[in-house]
Write a protein that binds this ligand. Sequence first.
Ligand code: S3P
Length: 689
Amino acid sequence: MIRVPGDKSISHRALLLSALASGVSELEGLLPGEDCRSTAGILRVLGCEVPELPSDGGPIRIQGLGLRGLSAPEGVLDCGNSGTTARLLLGLLSGLSIPAVLDGDPSLRSRPMGRVTDPLRAAGGRFTELGAPGRLPLRVVEARIGALRYTSPVASAQVKSALLLAGLGAGRRVEVTEPAPSRDHSERMLRRMGVRVEGEGEGPHRIVMSEPPSNLKALSLRVPGDISSAAFLLVLGALGPRGLSIANVGLNPTRTGVLAVLERMGARIRAENTREMDDPGGEPAGDLVVLPGPLNAVRIGGSEIPSLIDEIPILAVAATRARGTTEIRDAEELRVKESDRISAMVQNLEAVGARVEELPDGLRIEGSNRALEGKVRSFGDHRIAMAFGILGALPGNRIQVDDRGIVDVSFPGFWELLEAQGSFSGQGSRSSEGTPPRASAPEARRDDTEGPDRQAAMGRAPIVTLDGPAGSGKSSTAREVARRLGFLHLDSGALYRAATLTLLRSGLPAEEWPDRGSGELDGAKLELVPEEGELVVRLNGEIQGEELRSPEVTERVAEVAAIPHVRERILGPLREAAREGGVVADGRDMGTVVLPHADLKVYLTASLAERARRRLLQEGVELDAARLEEESLRLAARDDADRRREVAPLRRPQDAVELDTTGLTFDRQVEAIIQAVRSLDRSQEPPVT
Ligand code: S3P
């Protein structure tokens, strides 16, 4: 049986509400995706000690701070790619009258926030727009929220939940009417915590939350698997060569529209072992079994749209293989998701040769059994990338998806799971014929590195990698960890400097380095060799020191490090230096590309505000709120550029341990890594009997 990661919507709410509870909440099965990490990271900045989200969905405990316990943040709150984080926090923080600035990546910055701030403003909330009208970045200004009564033109769980959270923070009754029922996870969770919330009517649907109590009961919750993630596999099972079983999928009736539509298309799907998670009124869940078989075209629209809004990309993919023409209508909301999903689907379907027609509120797709082939773009949207991953895995199709790492937003491990289903192996090798997949795709690189079994050969000391965004302190940390462990610090920067020196000495003009420099580098002998407890660069047999730090090299090194052939060229010396183990390597792609089989991978993070603070301190600049905010925004833009860059984009390695250093001293963060290295040793010792 396959398992999918925890439900994204439930995970966000469980994190936020646990922080507000009185007492310790116990949560299991939370989604460890980037979106939920954004919510967890922000809660930490607001003063709640949220542990790292375990990558296996293991249990965590959160000590709630009570309804008034969160504190005003310094710097900017980074919502990343997550609309749910941004909108729910706009509601909560304005209800609590906590001043803060919220921002996100370019995709999130393009999404409308007025749908939340307008009704909040009408109730007395205040916001300042720091960017485009109705978009992030937005400042929440201290203000008292009054009565909250709102009829929403869209059926949006984010709008509804933002208002409920605002009412919770402000101690107010809330009444929201939506045109059709949107997902009701917030209502269910609030009830379990002792808040009175009622919903009535199918369309319009009215939700009334009574004036909240002053204390919320802590949660004890197991989050079911996300049906929005399971949907991809259901389509694979229905249209692929063999059926599939998926364990423990959330079956909340406000989310199961995708099952109803697939069944209407003729898919054979069975729910087994259905149950209510935790207690009556919790979240229903069950195992899903899908059998292969032909599908027929259908019409999708009307009030069922909110119950399957996130599944439309994969339903459109299913429609390419259905008999007849499928029409999807009333789905204009798709235009303001992580991408304009109508336009993204139409462009990509056309790019692979499917017949499709764009409609203002949806699309029409003609089914066929023609082979679909070509390159598609993710448009920075996890669900677009996964929908086309599945289309490419269907028999006969060959599709390359550009930005595969984006799936980490909601479904870390998606590509590996697809590969394990045997559906993806062909596509993986084919993709190397054309544009190479993004370096972050771990499976794409396995063949040119040491095999995973090598790692099991425990005759050597561990290899440790440290990756992380700019300003996370990875190189100073790596150096200190190596020093205390008696390991060598593997610093790729020195090799980039040596490559820069070689190119400078070659006399080739700098404009020609990207195209013609590889010959010069191939002719040079580049090594990292241990000397007095450090790895030093040896170029053509000679140890290099001061030359590597000359102003000419310093000026050019960043540009050289962005040249693909240079990165390829230094892989060999880096891997060679790590071969014997006993190294701590830091960089932006150490755990993903250079040493994908490292024994311990650490991903260092810190809140934007903290990283900004460290940067400014390092530069000796005096700290004030305006400077911190400016530096935070600059770092957010830099993160985004680093994630999107073509060469060595910044990615959290799939199997990395994340270490959020926001509240840690340098010493404690170094110790935490050393502990992790030591427990690695223990886990490799034979068990004591
Ligand atoms: C979500 C609600 C939906 C959905 C999103 C998650 C939530 O958005 O598309 O992925 O967790 O509340 P809208 O509320 O904007 O429809």
